[in-house]
Design a protein around this ligand. Structure first.
Ligand code: UT7
Length: 335
């Protein structure tokens, strides 16, 4: 190790925030042809949260989540020396939501990096935070996953396959130096395969088109996410167990060593199939998709924060995610 390098980084605290507006499946069934039965059967989702009014962005949801994470870590906000913000729904196209959050947290001069890796964004961010802390580049990195989906989905028959799945919310962790050689972020593995990019994407507005947005694009609904659900499902149930085994092997652990599994929350059926493939007992798996739907980059930090509040965030914690890109990632953290 070089001078300034530390052996391990650690998740020092976790927080989350979801908007107060609860939207049930029955509420959605009033807007478009869908039903509580269909949504629950296919996805496990019962309700999700939406922002209460116009003007609330991903950085606004991230603000209380960040405060909770820093407080639970026993640190001051002024200790934060880097912000990493994972989102596919930034407040505005540019600048990044990390810059907006830094301003809201009164952290002038503190660098802010936005990560664009969708459902895997939090674990990609964890990999960066871990490497920076271990290299001695930064000491207390605020890592956020936050999304506002409700303003960008289509409440019609055409958009119903996507719009029933997604919700708004934010999670955050503080990543800093581990004070215990045995504990901390033990490994993180990242993957991507852009051949599946168009299976889940937002085609418009697009900088590669002249003009970026046309009436034709809007009439075709290309400014709403497009998803080939069955393909995403098939990839997810293959890649999540694969990356989970990859990270466990890397640290010499078996499934029996896992105390808590916090998977990305895209579909309850995906997570049940992943848990079954891995032979992880249900009581070690975190599910909150019933209450929040898919909050993309926020699902895992929300899961960590709720597990902390329930006293479950201990021991060997396995993380795995799969989503748009395609991207997928896994991590083992010993708390
Ligand atoms: O973070 C990653 C993000 N995304 C995912 O992980 C999504 C992965 N995919 C899935 O979760 C599932 O594919 C869905 C939940 C999206 C869909 O489930 P499915 O079992 O693959 O259904 P399907 O797309 O084959 O649709 C079955 C039927 C279709 O009607 P027909 O063609 O059989 O008449 C759809 O038009 O259900 C219809 N349908 C709906 N019906 C009621 C699609 N969306 C809805 C809806 N309500 N919201």
């Amino acid at each position: 190790m070089h001078e300034g390098e530390v052996k391990r980084s650690q998740i020092l605290g976790a927080g989350h925030y979801v908007p107060t507006k609860v939207v049930t499946n029955d509420d959605l069934a009033e807007l478009m042809p869908t039903s509580d039965e269909w949504i629950q059967q296919r996805s496990g989702i019962k309700e999700r949260r939406y922002i209460e009014e116009s003007g609330i962005g991903a950085s606004d949801l991230a603000l209380p989540a960040s405060k909770m994470a820093v407080e639970r870590a026993g640190r001051e906000m002024s200790d934060v020396d880097m912000i990493i913000f994972a989102t596919l729904s930034p407040d505005v196209n540019f600048p990044g939501s990390g810059c907006l959050l830094g301003d809201k947290l009164s952290l002038p001069g503190i660098p802010a990096l936005d990560v664009r890796n969708q459902c895997s964004g939090f674990i990609y961010g964890l990999s960066i935070a871990d490497a920076w802390v271990r290299a001695g580049a930064y000491k207390n990195i605020l890592l956020v996953g936050s999304e506002v989906h409700s303003t960008g989905i289509e409440f019609t028959e055409r958009g119903r396959d996507v719009s029933v799945l997604f919700g708004d919310g934010a999670g955050a962790v503080l990543v800093g130096e581990s004070d215990d050689d045995e504990k901390g972020v033990l490994t993180v593995k990242l993957h991507a395969d852009g051949s599946g990019a168009e299976d889940l994407w937002l085609p418009a507005p697009a900088s590669r088109e002249i003009p970026r947005l046309t009436e034709e694009m809007m009439a075709a609904g290309l400014h709403y996410p497009q998803m080939k659900g069955k393909s995403v499902f098939r990839w997810a149930v293959q890649k999540m167990p694969e990356v989970a085994m990859e990270v466990l092997q890397e640290v010499g652990m078996s499934i029996d060593d896992v105390d808590l599994f916090v998977p990305h929350q895209a579909n309850m059926r995906i997570n049940q199939m992943v848990a079954k493939a891995l032979k992880i007992p249900e009581d070690k798996v975190v599910h909150n998709i019933q209450r929040y739907g898919n909050t993309t980059a926020a699902t895992i930090p929300i899961g960590l924060s709720e597990s902390y509040a329930e006293g479950r965030l201990k021991g060997n914690v396995l993380l795995a995610a799969f989503g748009s890109g395609y991207t997928w990632a896994g991590a083992v953290v010993r708390i």
